[in-house]
Design a protein around this ligand. Structure first.
Ligand SMILES: C[S@@+](CC[C@H](N)C(=O)[O-])C[C@H]1O[C@@H](n2cnc3c(N)ncnc32)[C@H](O)[C@@H]1O
Length: 290
């Protein structure tokens, strides 16, 4: 990872970015090998594509602040031979920059790429509608925070040709105040990403202590149980959700930032078992990096 000067419009990543990108790249590589002899069109879809570059900030051993620019998910996917690529991005400057970055680094691939400027919640449905039963799609959804709506996940889950990696933002859990004192605005935000308000009943238990006014007090269940609940929500709509997921942390604060989850719409037990083993292996090897 060499030091470079900042590229305007690139987004900032934390230490977890390297592990995230490693997992997506390893899966893409093996996915294409697994489908090599199948007469299907292999499509890569990046719902939050960015500019193609990510700026990593880190501290050197001497305590000096350093920045390095690395290829983000969209550019990384171009190292591999998909038949078609869809890059979706809300920010117009970033998508222009992505196009420039592709023209510089992968000019031979430009005809295979669709650059789509807009909200992924609206555009993804149109993209999926363009695919056919002869296609297989590897999708990566990498929002900053709460941008992906549950309804969009539902639509993806109904398209039986998608393997999906979703970087679930754990900022959601921070909105779930431990004593259940959560504003209506935050309740709405949480429900928009989890699909309904059931989490309010399922993630809080009554505390044995009563308040001064004899009103019931609540406690949130353990963090681990919240994470399991989130994956269980995905299982209500996806035929397969990997029990293995990768918790990505801000190391200096030891704070979980995201949970990288894998799910697929393929109903075949054989395909699910293969994917499950692959995901487990990749996540294990990701522990050694970053
Ligand atoms: C974490 S960055 C993506 C990084 C990228 N995957 C990479 O590896 O370089 C999130 C990106 O999503 C974009 N974005 C935010 N909301 C969006 C939306 N609703 N639809 C599409 N893109 C969105 C942001 O502009 C930002 O570039």
């Amino acid at each position: 990872m060499g030091k470079q000067t900042k590229q305007k419009g690139s987004h900032f990543g934390g230490e977890w970015t390297i592990q995230k990108l490693y997992i997506i790249e390893e899966y893409a590589k093996t996915y294409l090998i697994a489908l090599k002899n199948q007469k299907v069109r292999k499509i890569y879809i990046d719902g939050f594509a960015g500019s193609g570059k990510t700026e990593l900030k880190h501290e050197s051993k001497s305590g000096e602040q350093c920045a390095a620019i690395i290829d983000g998910s969209a550019l990384l996917s171009l190292k591999y031979d998909f038949d078609e690529y869809y890059f979706l991005e809300l920010d117009e400057d970033r998508i222009k920059l992505l196009e420039e970055n592709v023209e510089n680094s992968y000019p031979q691939k430009i005809d295979k790429i669709h650059f789509i400027s807009g909200d992924c919640n609206e555009e993804l449905t149109k993209v999926l509608a363009r695919t056919t039963i002869y296609d297989r799609c590897l999708m990566f959804l990498d929002p900053y925070a709460l941008e992906l709506k549950w309804e969009t996940l539902e639509k993806i889950s109904k398209c039986n040709r998608v393997d999906l990696w979703y970087l679930f933002p754990l900022s959601v859990v921070r909105l779930m105040a431990k004593n259940k004192d959560i504003s209506d605005t935050n309740k709405e935000k949480i429900s928009s990403i989890l699909g309904n308000q059931n989490w309010l009943d399922e993630l809080f238990v009554e505390s044995p202590q009563m308040s001064f006014f004899d009103e019931p007090q609540y406690e949130r269940v353990e963090y681990e149980k919240v994470l399991e609940y989130i994956k269980a929500r995905f299982s209500t709509i996806f035929p397969f959700v990997s029990p293995d997921s990768k918790l990505l942390k801000n190391k200096s604060k030891n704070a979980p930032m995201f949970m990288l989850c894998f799910m697929m719409t393929n109903k075949s037990a054989k395909a699910q078992s293969l994917a499950s083993k692959l995901v487990k292996g990749i996540i294990k090897s990701a522990e050694k990096i970053g």
